[in-house]
Design a protein around this ligand. Sequence first.
Ligand SMILES: [Zn+2]
Length: 287
Amino acid sequence: MKKWIFGLIILLLLDFGFAQHKLKVIDKKSTEEDHQAPEVTPVKNVLTIQVTKDQIHKGNLLLVNKDHPVPSGDEAAEAVNLSQHEELLNGFGLLDNTIKLSPSLAQKFTTMVEFAENDGVNHFLISSGYRDEKRQEELYQQMGADYALPAGYSEHNLGLSLDIGSTQAEMNSAPEGLWLKANAWKYGFVLRYPQDKTAITGILYEPWHFRYVGLPHSAIMKEKNFVLEEYLDYLKEQKTITTTIDHQSYQISYYPVSGSTTIPIPANERYEISGDNIDGVIVTLYS
Ligand SMILES: [Zn+2]
């Protein structure tokens, strides 16, 4: 009798264990089928891209300051004289007829000022855009080291920055300056030399100097109150961060690059890559 009960308990335990096991298997299957969890993505759906050292010096996130010169290359060579390109002059004026900007940056600026116009802010003026190294050297000689950077160390030589003015007042108090300070991040621009970051940037407060870095970077920098130096340090430290802006999710990762580096990218996902102009690249996945 006792043996029989013992045997039954063993059977029950075995059966229970088996049922548990079955349950687990079913669970796993349904997870794979229903949720398409990223961790079970088969290896074949991941592409790899080869990144070489020259990529460190290309892209929208390049850090240019007194320690990191503008890389040599012809990216900024596409800058055109805006006064000779009426099709690019929409919603803003020019301080003079020497101002140069790449058509793509002019277009991004136009998009931004169109939104400002909707808010009744519409007296924008570009006072400086792309400057070649010869022009920068002239400025440096004229202004001196306290007010200008040597040729090759100014963001204006990079072609992603512009000085924006207002026909109404100084940018510090003009509606144009206040609007940009609050809204430029939505269009990929950042105030590059804020008042509270002079110790980090090494540059005095410039309420007129805006730099294009693109979304989602400008949004994260605004949210965390980071200048570019801090943002790149943060990415390097975190290695990967994620964020969601306007229902779009992004995964941003930093990779050091020495020699040829292989980076995995999920297939069918849009991505962008930019160097930091120091020692690595930032890959932004639109997931
Ligand atoms: Zn400037």
